[in-house]
Design a protein around this ligand. Structure first.
Ligand SMILES: Cc1ncc(COP(=O)(O)O)c(C=O)c1O
Length: 408
């Protein structure tokens, strides 16, 4: 391994405290559940808690149509067809990819087993300039990674460096982006911006502005909108698609999750050119060398896509946003990370790890599970309680979080 990279990793490990282990020992995270009903989970000690942890923002996980799809798949295929993705696929994968073309008109969808697999499969091929729809300049790519881009992209730095250099920028410091874009121009490289849509721990990225900046330099914007899919936009196309004006500009690649609000499992990418899908199916590492998605999930994904197209999901979006608004209201708005933002994620940022730990203890004692996070998920020395809102939370469940959190 590249020495600088290995040092970065060992440095991060050295700087990580034992807070996560302490939180597990205290029963604040690392839970084992034995049952679920709505947003109430039963833990293995028999206690029942209300959870604000699951990223299934539209509560589709026990929707009768999805449960029925899984049962039908079991009867039709058994549990699994263990082959590489580009060798044998159940018809539901093709149905899903076609339905993605209805949710995102004119686009070509390709489904992977996870969002991380999309990144791993696509980004090296994009950088190598072998995707016909996304040609590279004579100097190759310059990967320009936003500081808060999800760890699944940041972790690929060493992989990306096999095809081009990697640099970073911060959205809140426009000069850092300009410097990276100028570097690309000077080196006759094509800048490839890697960003989130809705940030997993907070923030909404202005992807339209980034596209405007990148396109002036002949660049591309690769958006991981894992958290934004389904929760807004026509037919649940999601945050980034909506922010871009209800279409994908030619230099934008949009990646989505099927495992969060979508209610199934996996990840997908949308490209403009069917020829890109052909290359990815043939050459993307996880397509060739990875196993197929579990059949139940494949069938659930296809049925959920139908629920996006037929308008079922739009009704659930309204319930989600009403709950998000209520959460802001009962917490007094301003003190929350993402307050007032069109994101289903809320956070309570704490100046110290200890403060976050104590607040999580209070929530746990009140029978509320949230997600306490520490470095390296948030800045060193700080802590955050992360709350994921769902259309399924009841008014009482939301009000109780404010009651027990008090002035933490
Ligand atoms: C923004 C974002 N991207 C990617 C991932 C990784 O998703 P997957 O487990 O499908 O690889 C996550 C995981 O939660 C995420 O939040």
């Amino acid at each position: 391994m590249n020495e600088a990279l290995s040092n970065r990793i060992s440095r991060r490990s050295d700087q990580t405290t034992d807070m996560y282990d302490r939180a597990v020992r205290a029963g604040l995270t690392g839970h084992t559940i034995t049952r679920r009903s709505g947003k109430t989970v039963t833990l293995d000690d028999g206690s029942a808690c209300v959870e604000f942890v699951s990223c299934s923002y539209l509560g589709l996980e026990d929707h009768p149509r999805l449960v029925h799809a899984a049962r039908t798949a079991l009867e039709r295929y058994g549990t699994h067809f263990s082959s590489s993705r580009n060798s044998v696929e159940p018809v539901e994968v093709r149905q899903l990819e076609e339905l993605l073309g209805e949710i995102y008109p004119g686009m070509h969808g390709l489904v992977f087993n996870s969002v991380s697999s999309v990144h791993l499969g696509l980004l090296p091929l994009l950088g190598a300039g072998v995707l016909p729809g996304y040609p590279m300049g004579p100097g190759g790519p310059l990967f320009v990674v936003e500081r808060t881009a999800h760890a699944s992209m940041q972790a690929l730095r060493g992989v990306l460096e096999q095809v081009g250099p990697v640099t970073r920028f911060r959205v809140e410091e426009p000069d850092s982006l300009t410097a990276a874009l100028e570097q690309a121009r000077a080196e006759r490289r094509t800048p490839v911006l890697l960003v989130d849509g809705i940030g997993s721990m907070g923030g909404l990225i202005d992807v339209a502005a980034l596209w405007e900046a990148a396109s002036a330099y002949g660049g591309y914007v690769y958006i991981d909108d894992a958290h934004g899919i389904s929760i807004s936009g026509r037919k649940g196309a999601g945050y980034a698609f909506e922010q871009l004006g209800g279409h994908l500009p030619p230099g934008v690649l949009l990646v989505g999750s099927l495992s969060k609000a979508f209610g199934g499992s996996g990840g997908f990418v949308l490209t403009h050119d069917a020829a890109d899908v052909t290359v990815l199916r043939r050459e993307a590492n996880p397509m060739v060398f990875g196993h197929s998605n579990m059949l139940t999930h494949v069938a659930i994904n296809a049925e959920s896509a139908r629920m996006h197209v037929d308008g079922t999901v739009a009704g659930l979006q309204d319930e989600l946003w009403a709950n998000v608004e209520l959460f802001d209201k009962v917490h007094g708005g301003d003190r929350l990370v993402n307050a007032g933002q069109r994101s289903p994620i809320r956070g309570l940022a704490m100046e110290t790890e200890e403060a976050a730990f104590e607040a999580a203890v209070r929530m746990r004692e009140a029978g509320v599970l949230c997600f306490p996070v520490f470095y390296p998920v948030v800045a060193r020395g700080t802590g955050l309680l992360r709350f994921a809102l769902s259309s399924k939370h009841t008014r009482e469940q939301i009000e109780s979080t404010a009651e027990h959190l008090g002035s933490a």
